[in-house]
Design a protein around this ligand. Structure first.
Ligand SMILES: [Zn+2]
Length: 305
């Protein structure tokens, strides 16, 4: 169910980090009609769950996904609707409502990419926390609550795009020193060649922030984990969480980032320049074509050195 292109972290990690761009979860949740309630898949997994006295639909759903990942029922993954019970879908919507203001505040302050697990869970009730905990365990991001701001990261301020004659600041982003150096050299050379340079719309993202992004995209993809994962990775599986081979999402000076259609970005001279020269600075394109596991992401470049 998850791509295995170049190791366990090679998962799409789309940069949709703007709360404003996220559709109203309430509308989407109520619009998720026709979704089977109990499509938890193989009898083996259900019997395992019963033996463990685990009956929460969420966990059963996650167990089925694990079975899918092991190739137990590939067809199921393609046809399935929601992986969550109606009750858990409501809980997820309530989590998004609760966290929305917090995330917005942190984005404004330029601190969203450094969100900690404890901050994510602070304002949630026990049922909501259980959803977070299960997803953390499922994604393998169940470790300690390390403070991302203690990592060796460089904060990028003063990045602007210009749309309709108006300059808009990109919220501060964080990258490793190696990526900062490589990106700076690359930008200077692109500027010389093209008279313009790409900005970093998303760099490092903490596991907690990555999980928030994943949750925020679940309603859009009918609460289906596989479909959501094509566009935004679970924590621990995103190249935006890697301190050794960090990925950056790029946006051009006019604000074109491929959000609506990847082709809008891939036809840019800046993208063509990247395909010719990015490797000289250690960057490689992670998701070069659409597959069942990942979408084509011409804006997403991983640092490989
Ligand atoms: Zn990305």
């Amino acid at each position: 169910m998850y791509p295995n292109r170049s190791g366990p972290t090679a998962i799409p990690c789309r940069h949709k980090h703007s709360v404003n761009s996220i559709e109203d979860p309430t509308t989407l949740a109520s619009g998720s009609k026709g979704i089977a309630k109990h499509r938890w898949g193989t009898g083996f997994m259900n019997s395992l769950a019963r033996q463990m006295k685990i009956f929460t639909p969420l966990l059963q759903g996650l167990l089925v996904c694990a079975a899918l990942a092991a190739g137990a029922d590939k067809a199921f993954g393609e046809k399935s609707g929601s992986d969550f019970s109606p009750r858990d879908r409501k809980l997820i919507v309530s989590i998004l409502r609760t966290l929305g203001p917090l995330i917005k505040d942190r984005q404004t302050a330029g601190r969203a990419p450094l969100l900690r697990w404890s901050e994510l869970a602070h304002s949630l009730n026990n049922k909501q926390r259980l959803i977070i905990r299960n997803l953390r365990q499922y994604s393998g991001a169940a470790g300690d609550d390390e403070d991302p701001s203690r990592q060796p990261l460089v904060r990028l301020d003063d990045q602007y795009i210009r749309t309709n004659g108006q300059a808009t600041a990109i919220p501060p982003q964080y990258v490793t020193p190696a990526v900062y150096d490589a990106y700076t050299r690359m930008s200077q050379d692109m500027q010389k060649d093209l008279g313009t340079a790409l900005r970093i719309e998303s760099g490092y993202r903490s596991p907690a922030y990555q999980l928030y992004l994943f949750l925020s995209h679940l309603p859009r993809y009918r609460f289906n984990i596989a479909k959501t994962s094509r566009h935004v990775a679970l924590p621990g599986r995103s190249e935006h969480g890697s301190l050794h081979h960090l990925a950056i999402d790029l946006i051009n000076a006019e604000g074109i980032n491929g959000d609506d259609n990847p082709r809008n970005f891939s036809v840019l001279p800046e993208y063509r320049w990247m395909t010719l020269h990015a490797k000289e600075y250690g960057f490689g394109l992670s998701f070069q074509e659409p597959t069942i596991d990942s979408a084509f992401e011409p804006w997403h470049w991983r640092h490989r050195q």
